[in-house]
Design a protein around this ligand. Structure first.
Ligand code: S3P
Length: 446
């Protein structure tokens, strides 16, 4: 049982190798969307493989507050008693989304179409993240959303405003913005079309289709027409490639490693990490590719192999956007230099991932040159040392894998948020061969 009152520190012993065959937890993006669309559907939706991590659980708790009956989760299984597009009711207080940007941004769109007001808030990290990227185009649709100064949360989403479909070209490639607008579009009069400057994850489009809601796709455009209905369906959430990424990197860099990760979602809008590791020389093979509920899935076999530095093609950046902390560890262990550009979005994730990774890599003896939109990493020898994850789950897990190649213990502070996306990370990585000990710390006084 997780102790929610502690802020764990990871101590990871140097060396070792990863082996075995296992399934990492369910996909976070799909888990959020399964709850949202299941709640808005007519009938009962059954979900398997739901991620029981804090972010997806925040979405689940929100829909309970909005009057939806949800049974579970029990071993990743949920039964959502859908209330239909117009069946939600006002919550009795603010909706606290914790650390979850996906919950907040998608809900801003979905709640803009309701007849009642809602307040969305979250933790310190989430209350620093930019929300204007969703509230501005939603305002163009007729939504009324009040933000804190600077366009951040808390958001007060006014209900009872008629929405109009819009045609919107996103200035940044963001699946959260696209999804927020498509969800608002379900409630809008006429058509809502969203253009993405580069491909981003398309789980919303695929899942809406699975719920029987027509989504039109035309090149970089996705569109919906308001006023339709969602029909309940069964959803099998595959393992999250973003969680698998830590093991893909760990097994690639640790000599003697040989791992199979089962039932991983390999939607082509998510597989940038496979392409980048492949360009770096990794030995990764997709076995038994199949399609499950409209999403491509495969078992992923990875074996250690020396990596070399590359210039990361910018077109792969949105397709690997959450995997850069892990990719930076691969780059630190590679021969030669890795150059990342076109990735300014990393500065507004759960932490400033360029700055926080640069500090951590430097603390472990790696030479880096952070830039406004990316970083240059010179592969080298990792010493041990102490790094601060700044409460960023993916940074904590990435540095845990770095110890496989360090000369001394790697200590990672502020690991409380690992549970947001990867409950059980410490146990699973220990079983796979990582020398990880968790020290529990009392929280700091406010
Ligand atoms: C997500 C989209 C991405 C990603 C996030 C999950 C989603 O964010 O980083 O972890 O589920 O739509 P952006 O849309 O801000 O790129």
């Amino acid at each position: 049982m997780t102790d929610h009152n502690s802020n764990p520190v990871f101590h990871v012993r140097p060396g070792g190798a990863l082996s075995g065959r296992f399934r990492v937890p369910g996909d976070k993006s799909m888990s959020h969307r399964a709850v949202m669309l299941g709640a808005l559907a007519e009938g009962d939706t059954r979900v398997e493989g739901f991620l029981e991590g804090a972010d997806a659980l925040a979405t689940l708790a929100t829909f309970r507050q909005l009057g939806v009956r949800i049974e579970g989760p029990r071993h990743g299984a949920l039964r959502i008693r859908g209330v239909g597009l117009h069946g939600l009711s006002a919550a009795d207080g603010p909706l606290d989304l914790g650390n979850s940007g996906t919950s907040m941004r998608l809900l801003a769109g979905l709640l803009a179409g309701q007849s009642f007001d809602s307040t969305l808030t979250g933790d310190d990290s989430l209350r620093r993240r930019p929300m204007g990227r969703v509230t501005d185009p939603l305002a163009d649709m007729g939504a009324a959303i009040e933000t804190a100064p600077g366009g951040t949360a808390p958001l007060l989403v006014r209900g009872g405003r008629p929405l109009q479909g819009i045609t919107y070209q996103m200035p940044v490639a963001s699946a959260q913005v696209k999804s927020a607008l498509l969800l608002a579009g379900l409630y809008a009069e006429g058509e809502t079309w969203v253009h993405e400057p580069a491909p981003t994850r398309d789980h919303t489009e695929r899942m809406l289709t699975g719920f029987g809601y027509p989504v039109r796709r035309d090149g970089a455009w996705s569109g919906v027409t308001g006023g339709g209905r969602l029909q309940a369906c069964d959803i099998d959430v595959p393992a999250d490639i973003s969680s698998a990424a830590f093991f893909l990197v760990g097994a690639s860099i640790a000599e003697g490693s040989d791992l199979v990760l089962e039932h991983v979602g390999v939607n082509p809008t998510r597989t940038g990490v496979l392409d980048i590791l492949d360009l770096m020389g990794a030995d990764i093979e997709l076995r038994h590719p199949r399609e499950v509920g409209g999403e491509p899935v495969a078992d992923v076999h990875v074996r250690a192999r020396p990596l070399h530095g590359i210039t990361i093609p910018e077109r792969l950046v949105p397709l690997a956007i959450d995997e850069f902390p892990a990719i930076f560890i691969a780059a630190a262990c590679a021969n030669g230099t890795t150059v990342l550009t076109g990735a300014e979005e990393l500065r507004v994730k759960e932490s400033d991932r360029i700055a926080v990774m640069a500090d951590g890599l430097t603390a472990l003896g790696i030479q880096v040159e952070p830039r406004a939109d990316g970083i240059v990493i010179h592969g080298g020898t990792l010493t041990g040392g102490t790094v601060d994850s700044h409460g960023d789950h993916r940074i904590a897990m990435a540095f845990a894998m770095a110890a496989l190649r360090s000369s001394d213990t790697v200590t990672i502070r502020d690991c409380r948020n690992v549970d947001t996306s990867f409950p059980g990370f410490a146990d699973l990585s220990r079983e796979a061969g990582l020398g990880l000990d968790v020290e529990h710390h009392a929280p700091e006084a406010p």
